[in-house]
Ligand binder design. Structure first.
Ligand code: ACM
Ligand code: ZN
Length: 716
């Protein structure tokens, strides 16, 4: 009996391929050995080099919750789970992981490497190892493997915008934990923006007494990290191989500081911290020495607090009208022989970069820090527009991290399916596959690209208007939103930074990711449940349509409807094939626990109208209504900048629609309106603002017959 069991186990071990281990990010080299697995027991010791004590405690505490075992800790020794450091095995962050029936050996080139070995070990265990509740039924096995692994890029980052929405330390710790599971290592905290100053600065108490809070009385929103809390976060992150990069933003996005100390701005006017999403035109006045005293004092405290060799100084999106109108700023330009205001920003960056060099720190900034003015000290720029602008960085001796908004701004939704969470709209959605497809190249021979970073901005939906549309009783809504927008995309980011581009495989990644949802389930992450895929669609002789679907989750359950309604967990369950009469009424969704994904449905093919631009919407009227009909269409994301636009209506039922009145609104504000006597509406947009919703409203005379028309928009 025992022998049979053993050979069964052996066969099982034989059957495991590297692919099925579903390791994310995929290690560089995995050998699955034809040996029996390792089984974790309450007696398995963790034997570690003394310097790895924090990581040993991390492992003990993490597995204690789900296994109920308190693994004994032992400095030195060769038994159980052995954790060692050996710098000879490779570059920083690399590790070796060897598993056989007797022992698990993790060797890191450094503490971070050993920590990543532990993360891979956790992924090799059953996924409920991550569960915070006891899992008494699970046998804790690890397949016999030999893994050698190292990251391709040293910068695998995430920025969280804690300024527009204040995430408390518990949530930041959770983000750090989740980053660590996927071997991400840089957490940029966007600590300052117009809507909030989030870091205690002892010399300027009003920064947090005033600048951290918006709104009055019961509508007050905000918060900040004390230096003590920040120290704790830094230590917490450090054990997990995560470096916290503080972002002290200036010269723009600093209204929260100006609200506290009005003398920081050019005008000295009083302001309040805004309660809605708002981008101020006020800048830090660089014409007054008091501003530099302020920066020096603040940055001194920041440098004291943060061990990171990198201090992020913001620098994005300054518009210069305040500087242009300020006698102090103008006097500096004259004195320094600076002709253009962006040169003044370069002058500011240089002064601060020198200030930081004296403290042995390197400045990092948004791409504007090197694109505006010449910066003499080497800095690290985060490229959020054009990734090949990094060539510019090379020429001037700087380094680059890629965070293209098109691929890595996770404040955008994954799809534009109706029902998707309210999120940023100034660009098209960013699907998981798009994240995975992001090119991560060095654009010049000099390797200057340190890696990539996702940005999670909170302004578009959390601190602003959209927050108020969500049930206020749901206190964790913003945190769950964050998890929804970060996962699974953060896992794709991790892999594109960790492995080199030649080893990417969307097929393998998708398969591992399908399994990885189980880990996210155990971690109780509010990830975005993926829609099913249509793998085959056939039109039958009797005009019915047959669909074959596949789940994007391993063993995923698919529910569907055939009457155009949104599937729920009570809807019919897919098991094989569905045949429907009207394909437009067929909706299918993934069921994950009690959560249902957004539905997939057939989007009509309007490619024949490509010359008219992008599809806006369809309108149908019934035959028995003859009074004017008013209807709204969403143009968000379809108006993408200033310019002249044309909307064309195409009748599907004969007579063209006559628009008695139409208007285009930006948020509530009318941008253009008029009457149109034919099928075309033409207008210009001159005050485009990223992130604001646009709508088209049309009123028209109906005719006493059924009507249907399609609307398309294009930029002329
Ligand atoms: C940015 O998105 N303003 C860096
Ligand atoms: Zn000024």
């Amino acid at each position: 009996m025992k022998k049979t069991l053993l050979s069964l186990l052996f066969l099982f071990a034989l059957g495991v391929s590297a692919r099925e281990l579903a390791l994310l990010p995929m290690p560089q080299k995995v050998v699955v050995k034809q040996e029996t697995e390792f089984v974790l027991s309450p007696k398995t010791p963790i034997s570690f080099d003394a310097s790895l004590e924090p990581q040993a405690i991390y492992l003990r505490d993490l597995v204690r919750r789900s296994t109920g075992y308190t693994l004994p800790l032992k400095v030195g020794g060769e038994k159980g789970i052995v954790m060692r450091i050996d710098p000879k095995i490779g570059k920083s962050e690399s590790y070796r992981l060897d598993v056989n029936a007797r022992r698990v050996t993790v060797v890191g080139a450094d503490a971070a490497g050993a920590f990543y070995g532990i993360q891979t070990l956790l992924q090799l265990l059953p996924p409920n190892i991550y569960d915070s509740r006891l899992q008494p039924q699970t046998r804790w096995t690890v397949p016999a493997v030999d893994i050698a692994d190292a990251p391709n890029r040293p910068w695998r980052g995430l920025m969280i915008d804690v300024a527009r929405y204040f995430y408390d330390t518990d949530f930041v710790k959770r983000v750090i934990d989740l980053m660590a599971h996927y071997k991400l290592n840089k957490l940029q905290m966007h600590l300052i923006d117009d809507s909030g100053w989030r870091l205690e600065i002892k010399k300027y108490p009003l920064l947090t007494q005033v600048g951290a809070w918006a709104g009055a009385k019961e509508h007050r929103l905000g918060g900040f990290y004390t230096q003590e809390e920040m120290r704790e976060l830094i230590a917490y992150a450090g054990v997990r191989g995560v470096e916290i990069i503080p972002e002290i933003e200036f010269p723009a996005h600093i209204l929260s500081a100006i609200a506290a100390y009005p003398w920081l701005s050019c005008t000295g006017e009083r302001h309040e911290v805004p309660v809605q999403h708002f981008i101020s035109r006020d800048l830090l006045c660089v014409g007054k020495e008091s501003s530099f005293d302020f920066l020096r004092d603040v940055l001194n405290e920041v440098v004291e607090l943060f061990p990171s060799p990198i201090i992020h100084i913001g620098g994005d999106e300054a518009v210069y009208d305040r500087w242009a109108a300020c006698p102090h700023c103008q006097a500096v330009m004259k004195r320094e022989g600076i002709e253009k205001p962006d040169g003044l920003q370069g002058w500011l960056t240089n002064r601060v970069a020198r200030m930081m060099k004296e403290k042995q720190r390197t400045c990092m900034g948004w791409e504007e820090v090197i694109m505006r003015g010449e910066v003499a000290e080497p800095v690290i720029a985060l490229f959020w527009h054009q990734v090949n602008d990094t060539i510019q960085a090379v020429k001037t001796g700087h380094k680059a991290v890629l965070t293209p908004a098109t691929h890595l701004y996770f404040d955008f939704p994954e799809q534009k399916t109706p029902g998707e969470v309210q999120a940023a709209t100034w660009m098209p959605p960013i699907s998981l596959e798009k994240v995975y497809s992001m090119p991560l190249n060095d654009y010049s021979e000099a390797a200057t690209v340190l890696g990539a970073q996702a940005c999670y901005w909170s302004d578009q939906f959390i601190h602003g208007r959209k927050l108020q549309e969500i049930d206020v009783l749901d206190e964790n809504r913003s945190e769950r939103y964050a998890e929804y927008l970060l996962f699974p995309r953060l896992v794709a980011l991790s892999e594109i930074c960790w492995i080199n581009e030649g080893r990417r495989s969307w097929e393998r990644f998708s398969k591992s990711n399908a399994y990885n949802y189980r880990r996210l389930d155990a971690l109780d992450v509010h990830y975005r449940v993926p829609e099913p895929r249509i793998v085959n669609k056939t039109t039958n002789a009797d005009k019915t349509t047959s669909f074959e679907l596949a789940s994007a989750m391993e063993e995923g359950v698919i529910v569907y409807t055939t009457d155009g309604t949104h599937p729920t967990r009570h809807s019919a369950r897919y098991d094989g094939q569905v045949t429907v009469e009207d394909e437009e009424l067929f909706h299918a969704a993934t069921l994950s626990g009690r959560r249902v994904s957004l539905p997939i449905y057939i989007y009509p093919d309007y490619s024949a109208y490509a010359a008219l631009g992008e599809y806006v919407g369809k309108h149908r009227t019934l035959a028995d209504k003859v009074e004017p009909v008013t209807e709204s269409f969403d143009l968000t994301g379809k108006i993408r900048g200033n310019g002249n636009y044309q909307i064309t209506a195409v009748s599907q039922t004969g007579a063209p629609p006559i628009f008695q009145h139409w208007e285009v609104r930006k948020r509530g504000e009318i941008m253009a309106d008029g009457t149109a006597n034919d099928e075309k509406i033409e207008f210009s947009i001159t005050q485009f603002e990223a992130g604001t919703p646009f709508t088209l409203k049309v009123s028209r005379q109906t005719q006493p017959q059924k009507q249907e028309f399609l609307l398309f928009i294009k930029k002329r």
